[in-house]
Structures are given as C-alpha cells and as structure tokens.
Design a binder for this molecule. Sequence first.
Ligand SMILES: C[S@@+](CC[C@H](N)C(=O)[O-])C[C@H]1O[C@@H](n2cnc3c(N)ncnc32)[C@H](O)[C@@H]1O
Length: 202
Amino acid sequence: MKKAKFTRSAEGYNLAAARYDEKEKYLNSFEQKKVLPLIGNVSGKKILDVGAGTGRLAVELAAFPEAKVAALDLSEKMLERLRRKNKQIECVVGDGENLPFASASFDIVVAAFFIVHLKEPKYFFAEAYRVLKDGGFLLVTNINQKDPPRVKTSTGDIIIESYYHRPEQVREELETLAFTIEKEIFVKEKEVWVNQIIKARK
Ligand SMILES: C[S@@+](CC[C@H](N)C(=O)[O-])C[C@H]1O[C@@H](n2cnc3c(N)ncnc32)[C@H](O)[C@@H]1O
C-alpha cells in the first residue's frame, strides 16, 4: 500500500472536504444521539461551533427558532460545504485556539470531533471560557483515537495531524479554568469507551 501523506489540519481537511459527508453515519455512531439532547433547546441562543467542518451539528442547531449560529473552522473548503447547506450560519475561517470573537459573546460553544486535532486543548478551552457568557456552557467531545485513520482524497490517502487525550486530563483542564462539569457521558462499544462527551458550565 502506498504511504499516506501526513498533513496539518487545514491542508488535510481542505483535501478531505469533498468526501467528508460520506462519513456522517460513522461519526454519528460515536455520539449515539446523545449530543443534541445534551445541548437541548437553543431557541434564541447565540451558539459558536468550533471546528464546525461541513456543519453536521451547526445545521441542526440553526434550525431552532431565532438561534444565531456561528461556525468557525481552519478549513475554507469544509466551510464552503457548510455554506451551501445553510446561508444563515455565519462562517468564519479561523483558529479555535485564538477565537476572533469578543469575550462573553456566546450562550453555547460546541466542539465535536475537534480537540483530537489539538496538541494542547487547554488553549481552546481557555478561549471557549472567554467567549462564553456567565452561565453559558461548552459541549465538547473527545474521541478515543490512538491511531489517526487514513483518509481517502482525490489526490491519495492522507493522515491528518491528531492527538489522543486522556479523559481525566480533559476534565482536569476544564475544571482548572473554573468550568463546572455538569454532565459527562462515555459512549461505549463492547465495554470500551469510544467518545467522552462533556457539558461544562461557566
Ligand atoms: C473531524 S472534523 C469535525 C467537524 C464537525 N465538528 C463534525 O462533528 O462533523 C474536525 C474539524 O476541525 C477543524 N480544525 C482542526 N484544527 C482546527 C483549529 N485549530 N481551529 C479551527 N478548526 C480546526 C478541521 O478543519 C475540521 O473541519
């Protein structure tokens, strides 16, 4: 088998964007319908989806009445796909570790399948804390992925920069920032956790 090319996130997801939505079922299987209910009714809320990709969650959240959703991602090509699905969502190309938003400007920040691409998620957590209003919450998921998968693209297979994060460390980093862990769910497959889902309140 030909060696896969290693890429940073922006380059990798720009290449992977065209086929990303084919994986929707697979991605959903790591959530087992637990993420959206945990976020709840977002009518009238200001929501930021970080590492929003092609909008798997952002599009669902934007369907609530008066919900205002912003989607941030490093990959222009991923956001281009999102834009085609929903023109009301504000799409911003940017870095989750340096959010281009004012402090205390969102009710909810969501980040699904995102921190796996961060070497040190604590910088994103600090930014999420900063842009949240008091009483707002962060919904973050952490997949149990020790070996990054090969991703098929039109120019050959790639491996996108990824990192494994211990669940205890994720919790600890959130608590160090003064988040309160309101809910933690482990999605399991055959007794092994595959995804940690945390709702953390500011
Ligand atoms: C696995 S996808 C998840 C997309 C979407 N959240 C979902 O659940 O389907 C990861 C996304 O994070 C983005 N990403 C990676 N590192 C980033 C960073 N530092 N800042 C913003 N986005 C980033 C990638 O471009 C990609 O679109």
